[in-house]
Design a protein around this ligand. Structure first.
Ligand code: FES
Length: 141
């Protein structure tokens, strides 16, 4: 009998906006899937592409990078750098043999607890439909 697939999603959340949005979702008792492994970063621009690749190589089924809305980054232009890097990162994910949709970038502010819950739930459902990260099977991590 096949086991029910529960994704593992690594979320890199900017401290000032998205992490606070996650906190608000939690304190508002909104339903967020337990598949999310949140990692707090100071800014979305601090998410090095190597870290994202490592997450996938170690078996993450999905990776989400979330930061402040454009124009609201606490370091002025950090999220613009993240957005530019993200376009390249999508290609890198494909070279790993993964669907680029396993990687997502979202802007979620500190006051958007509901949006945080909605984005994570939607991404979780999408990853469930895609199935497990095929690299995980090959490397048995
Ligand atoms: S501080 Fe939030 S994206 Fe830069």
């Amino acid at each position: 009998m096949a086991e029910k697939f529960e994704p593992r999603i690594v979320g890199f959340l900017c401290n000032w906006c998205s992490y606070a949005g996650a906190d608000l979702a939690g304190s508002s008792k909104l339903k967020v899937p337990s598949s999310l492994i949140p990692i707090r970063v100071m800014c979305s621009s601090r998410v090095d592409p190597v870290i994202v690749e490592t997450a996938f190589l170690r078996g993450a089924d999905g990776v989400i990078v979330a930061g402040c809305h454009p124009g609201d980054c606490h370091y002025d232009e950090g999220n613009y750098y993240a957005r530019r890097r993200f376009a390249v990162l999508k290609k890198v994910v494909e070279t790993l043999g993964l669907e680029s949709d396993r990687l997502r970038l979202s802007w979620i502010s500190a006051s958007e607890g509901q949006r945080f819950a909605d984005v994570i739930n939607e991404f979780n459902e999408k990853i469930k439909k895609m199935g497990p990260n095929p690299i995980r099977k090959k490397t048995s991590l």
